[in-house]
Write a protein that binds this ligand. Structure first.
Ligand code: HEC
Length: 131
């Protein structure tokens, strides 16, 4: 009986530890993963979004003053399947969208803003840290 109980306790401990490790990615880990995924710098991306004025149209978690609802709120971005209901949400598609929205969707209300290749990578990196 005793060894069995001990084994059970060990199993429960192991299970809860692995749950902790998998379920609680730190924000630094999230930023590192997004950087690897996109080849961009999420810290720079967060700053660049306010320079381009994305917050005048979007609610963006983690960006001060970004509460607008002209465009869709960019919440849970890393879990979204589609970009603007058009493109599968991949890093390549997202950088393309950020640079040339009307090329993807001619009637879109999101304007061409002159976002550079590098800036679109950095901004995409930040968006993928939003879970
Ligand atoms: C003038 C308002 C406006 C500005 C400025 C703007 N957007 Fe948008 N954005 C929109 C609208 C409207 C949509 C919805 C587009 C559609 O579905 O056709 C959109 C869609 C998006 C999407 C896809 C959202 C989804 O739910 O699929 C992303 C990502 C995005 N914008 C990021 C940005 C970023 C980053 C910036 C700054 C570089 C920015 N936007 C600037 C209006 C704007």
């Amino acid at each position: 009986m005793r060894p069995k109980l001990l084994a059970l306790a060990c199993l429960a401990l192991a299970a809860s530890l692995s749950l902790l490790a998998g379920g609680c990615e730190s924000s630094r880990q999230r930023f590192e993963r997004a950087a690897r995924l996109t080849g961009g710098n999420p810290y720079a991306g967060r700053m660049k979004m306010t320079q381009y004025g994305c917050q005048t149209c979007h609610t963006i978690p983690g960006v001060t003053g970004a509460h607008a609802l002209v465009g869709p709120p960019l919440i849970h971005w890393s879990q979204r399947s589609y970009i603007a209901g058009e493109l599968p949400n991949t890093p390549e598609n997202l950088t393309r969208w950020l640079q040339h929205p009307p090329q993807v969707e001619p009637k879109t209300a999101m304007p061409e803003m002159g976002v550079t290749e590098q800036d679109s990578r950095d901004i995409a990196a930040y968006l993928y840290t939003i879970h």
